[in-house]
Write a protein that binds this ligand. Structure first.
Ligand code: SF4
Length: 697
């Protein structure tokens, strides 16, 4: 079926699957939504969140005009104030006294503009993103193993594999259309095997031939055991490992692994090792259950080690596969929108790379060292090292670990700017200046999904009120700070073209991210841009990486990383339970959009705590009662859901509810600011908590 002429081809703004959407006017000012049959990610499918997009466009609650100290103001006054306060702060206290906290919800063009302003013109790398909470450990693991942050494979590998291992991934709820593709592939090829490794019995387990309810945090032990088995059972690809450094030391470390630490039966463990070592076409999918850990980077590398040892990478139906949580986490990585990255996957600690980017931007002062990662950034806000903070398109007063402390830090900051489409969030309430940004249907740009596919997000509705695109707001501030000629874009196609041209510079320096075939793209060609896989350059177009045994470290080889597993943060007598946090199927982040849809809210209507029957009984918690859950960082009140889907001692709570719900279901107030030392990603899956029946005063 061909879409009607007035139908806009765009992309879903929720998870990292990056489904194509057809949006057409419904005749009443809203949009009818369908899956795009021509989009390679979803082939016409949508999950319940994507199909409900038309129900989330209500303009009630939108931020429609700039506000200064709560009062409506003109754009000129608001922008003048932002530029003046940032300039004054930098002049008085230096570039590192200011920071941007941005979002994987931004489009690539927005992200590019923010990164360019902070790293090239302000001269600090204090720009970090809520994607730090989502996939920073994968970035670190990729860079250690491959020399670059490259996802080797494609979604179709899941369909072509004979064994799909899902570890730390509730794909059925968090990446539903990719899960639907996997279900269809398994129906078509019943001999395909699926293993789910997860302490919880999630909806994803319904597809599993084998569910390994692993002890929380023991993933690296399990993959070390697998690597040792690969070596012992002759499954090492001797040809491929001539392209890999670190083999002997990594195997040596893996042999130390203790099977008892996994909490698995010898029979289940053996079955997994047999399946993995005996199947050539294996894909290992991993997500937040791996990344959100104080040893997330090591867990990622423990997985990558197994694929490198067997050469099962970058070939059809084979490879490790990190699925990203957010719609444009990957785009943020590509523009270097993290505090420890430079644009186009270049290295901020490499003087040649910095100089190449500085020359390209004609930048007056480049950041010369990594900036503060998310948790450290808000600690610096708290202790006054950061005096001016600009938060874009995200709600850290709810979503950051130690969220109460973060909210207090923002409240105490000298100058806080928030750009958002929503007027009232836990974070917008703390801003001195509020800048209205366009929402999903109003934005125009590109996003990159988990398989490196860049798709256009196209405007299908006029901006609400005075809302402006994020890239334009950033450029307007940069202009007022004196750098107008470097931010003189009039449309997002020009930013994309500049980004593509810079990627050509990066490609010549050895970066994998190269879309230089699109340098100089016209507005028309940009508007017609079909979804495509990067790279897209004279050297290489699309496809997989690393099947040829060539990597991006200077010697062209990959690196296996010896992993010594570390246990998660320990519980105590005061806080004896280990709280796991995550998403539900029908809500997104802090519900500023999905919360508008009554249909989506029906799935799970309020914040809750999944707790094992044995724990519930010991604590005197009955079904549907309220529990007070507390940690050294804060307290949440949650509805009790008694279930053996979770293990004793390991309750689960979803992250979405905010301080605006009563009683407060802000679960990230419970999560400590403990991070992985390599990636800086917080450990959001293992907060030590106390639980008690809640009795209203
Ligand atoms: Fe949107 Fe993800 Fe659902 Fe696709 S799977 S429709 S990208 S939320």
């Amino acid at each position: 079926m061909h879409p009607a002429v007035s139908t806009i081809r765009t992309t879903c703004p929720y998870c990292g699957v990056g489904c194509g959407v057809l949006a057409s006017p419904d005749g009443t000012g809203g949009l009818n939504i369908m899956g795009d049959p021509a989009h390679p990610a979803n082939r016409g499918r949508l999950c319940v969140k994507g199909s409900a997009l038309g129900e989330t466009l209500d303009r009630q609650g939108r931020l429609l005009a700039p506000r200064i100290h709560g009062r409506e103001a003109s754009w000129d006054d608001a922008l003048d104030l932002v530029a003046a306060r940032f300039a004054e702060t930098i002049a008085e206290h230096g570039p590192d006294s200011v920071a941007f906290y941005v979002s994987g919800q931004l489009l690539t063009e927005d992200y590019y503009a923010a990164n360019k302003l902070m790293k090239g013109f302000i001269g600090s790398a204090n720009i970090d993103t809520n994607s730090r909470l989502c996939m920073a450990s994968s970035v670190a693991g990729h860079r250690r193993a491959f020399g670059t942050d490259t996802v080797p494979g494609l979604y179709e590998d899941l369909e072509q594999a004979d064994l799909v291992v899902l570890t730390g991934s509730n794909l059925a709820w968090c990446h539903p259309v990719l899960f639907q593709r996997l279900v269809a592939a398994k129906e078509a090829r019943p001999e395909m095997r699926v293993v789910v490794i997860d302490p919880r019995r999630t909806a994803t387990c319904d597809l599993a031939d084998l569910h390994l309810a692993i002890a929380p945090g023991a993933d690296a032990v399990l993959f070390n055991l697998l690597l040792a088995a690969i070596a012992e059972r002759g499954a090492v690809n001797q040809y491929f490992i001539s392209n890999v450094n670190g083999f002997d030391a990594t195997i040596h470390a893996a042999r130390e692994a203790d099977p008892a630490a996994t909490g698995l039966s010898a029979e289940d463990l053996e079955r997994f090792l047999d399946l993995w070592t005996g199947t050539e076409k294996v894909v290992t999918v991993y997500s937040q259950g791996i990344n959100q850990s104080e040893s997330g980077s090591d867990k990622v590398n423990a997985i990558l080690n197994c694929h490198l040892a067997t050469g099962r990478i970058g070939r059809p139906g084979m490879g490790p596969f990190s699925v990203t949580g957010q719609p444009n986490a990957m785009g943020g990585r590509e523009v270097g929108g993290l505090a420890n990255m430079l644009a186009c996957h270049l290295d901020i600690e490499n003087a040649t790379h910095r100089s190449a980017v500085q020359d390209f931007w004609a930048a007056p002062r480049m950041a010369e060292r990594p900036g503060l990662k998310a948790v450290d950034m808000f600690r610096a806000v708290e202790d006054g090292r950061i005096k001016a903070l600009w938060i874009m398109c995200t709600n850290p007063a709810v979503s950051m670990p130690e969220a109460d402390r973060v909210a207090r830090a923002i409240a105490g900051c000298d100058f806080v700017v928030v750009s958002d489409m929503v007027a009232e969030t836990d974070t917008t309430r703390l801003a001195h200046v509020l800048l209205p940004a366009t929402g999903w249907a109003e934005k125009d740009g590109t996003v990159t999904n988990s398989e490196r596919r860049i798709s256009r997000q196209r405007r299908s509705m006029a901006p609400a009120g005075q809302a402006r695109d994020d890239w334009r707001i950033i450029a307007d501030v940069a202009t007022r700070m004196g750098w107008g000629e470097h931010f003189a874009w009039t449309n997002p196609a020009q930013i994309y073209a500049e980004h593509a041209a810079l990627s050509g510079v990066a490609g010549r320096l050895g970066s994998d991210f190269d879309i230089s075939s699109h340098a100089g793209i016209t507005r028309d060609a940009y508007d017609r841009l079909e979804p495509f896989l990067w790279p897209q350059s004279p050297r290489k177009s699309g496809g997989r990486f690393f099947g040829d045994g060539r990597f991006h470290h200077p010697d062209g080889k990959a690196r296996m990383i010896p992993v010594t597993p570390r246990a998660p943060q320990s519980v105590s007598a005061e806080h004896p339970y280990r709280l796991n946090t995550g998403r539900v199927r029908d809500h997104w982040h802090t519900m500023t959009r999905t919360g508008i849809s009554a249909r989506l809210s029906r799935h799970l209507a309020e914040p809750y705590l999944e707790i094992h029957p044995r724990d519930a009984e010991a604590l005197g918690l009955s079904v549907a009662s309220l529990a007070r859950v507390s940690s050294p960082e804060g307290t949440a009140i949650l509805r009790v859901l008694v279930t053996d889907r979770v293990a004793p001692g390991h309750p689960f709570a979803p992250i979405h509810w905010t301080g605006q719900t009563a009683p407060s279901g802000r679960v990230d107030v419970l999560v400590p600011g403990v991070t992985d030392p390599v990636s800086g990603q917080p450990a959001s899956k293992s907060a030590p908590v106390a639980i008690a029946p809640f009795r209203a005063a």
